[in-house]
Design a protein around this ligand. Sequence first.
Ligand SMILES: Nc1ncnc2c1ncn2[C@@H]1O[C@H](COP(=O)(O)OP(=O)(O)OP(=O)(O)O)[C@@H](O)[C@H]1O
Ligand SMILES: Nc1nc2c(ncn2[C@@H]2O[C@H](COP(=O)(O)O)[C@@H](O)[C@H]2O)c(=O)[nH]1
Length: 402
Amino acid sequence: MGEAQEIFTDDVKQHFAVGLDSEARGYQTSTIVGEKIFVIGGTADVSTSSFDVRAFDKSTGRWSVPTVLGTKPIPSKSHSAVLLNNERILILKRDSTPEDCAWFLEVDTSYVREQKRILGTEVVAWSKGVRSDAPKPIVISGPSGVGKGTLINKLMKDFPSMFGFSVSHTTRAPRDKEKDGVHYHFTERSIMEKDIRDGKFLESASVHGNLYGTSIEAVEVVADAGKRCILDIDVQGARSVRASSLDAIFIFICPPSFEELEKRLRARGTETEEQVQKRLKNARAELEQGRSSGLFDHILVNDDLERCYKNIKKILGLDVSMEATHQSSPKTVGVPLGQSISEMDQKVLIQCEASELGKASKNWFVLDVSSLKGGAPGRTRGLNMYAINPFVDAQYGIKTAS
Ligand SMILES: Nc1ncnc2c1ncn2[C@@H]1O[C@H](COP(=O)(O)OP(=O)(O)OP(=O)(O)O)[C@@H](O)[C@H]1O
Ligand SMILES: Nc1nc2c(ncn2[C@@H]2O[C@H](COP(=O)(O)O)[C@@H](O)[C@H]2O)c(=O)[nH]1
């Protein structure tokens, strides 16, 4: 276990003179991970900590500033940090809302290792923690013209508070009535390619001659709104998402026949003849891959629109009366403001001062992190929180708090 420390040991101090003046730099924690010490926090404004990340290599005696992927937490006065499994640092922010208090800085997960390989630099990645029962995102895939957009629009219209659309980026030109930021983020190829290189995308693919991609932000915006994210992406994209840390439900939509697909695509009237030909050619390959690869959890035929829609709702556990009764429940774990934390057997012990809770004694909480799922790029799901009584709960070896 590598526990966060708020002061440096003397041997570390000998190696460097900069960066330790926490009064000048704002609040910082340091966490030892193997040969590295990750220093989190510090800012010119001493009243808040900006969650900057620096690393000190004990073997070389050098500081480095790693490439930081993902959205970092908004500044807070202070925070606690604890290392989990030598792969990610759990950050509990003080004076923050329950939705915003648990974050992870990944330092050696498979995603971070892969990004290090691609970018050729030291990499760390932020991921926000959400509670265990946040609903899984939904990936909907299928050939162009099969009716994915039509089905998704119906879901969004019937269940507006439940679902949110992941707005993709694309280099294709907007169609009539398509709005930037609503249907797509229409963008230049060179800009999008740079953003992909910078790790801003969960997935991207060349589709029918244009570049399409799902940014990490597109998915996080929906999660932040307390909604379940729907991704409309091609089979290549679905494969990339399956290989990523996003734990989603994958649905493939098939046409009743190839002739019907062609009819729908032409009737939509949005593509040139050349584009229609290209899309139909790609559709054959997509149908073959979608049906046979085992990539998808559910395969539906969109013959009769209402029947297919009903089947999607069934998969998602929805019935007709649900939107009326649906109330968006809090989506993140309500971690109390941590005074001090430590980790033992995948359980993070949080001791809270009573004054913050309006009582006279100290309180203990356990954050069970044994079944974390997902992670960067995107949310870390599976935080489970409960209160314990240290007087009776000797399991954690906690001495009575006086
Ligand atoms: N079950 C259905 N029966 C008949 N027409 C349908 C059905 N479902 C969708 N359509 C029509 O087919 C056309 C294509 O649908 P839609 O635009 O939703 O396809 P899509 O899969 O989203 O395509 P793309 O991948 O190119 O965005 C639309 O004109 C739509 O109204
Ligand atoms: N891999 C991805 N595919 C995407 C994304 N957004 C849309 N798509 C797929 O592209 C085709 C064509 O869409 P159109 O709007 O030009 O008709 C379609 O199959 C979509 O599913 C994305 O972000 N990534």
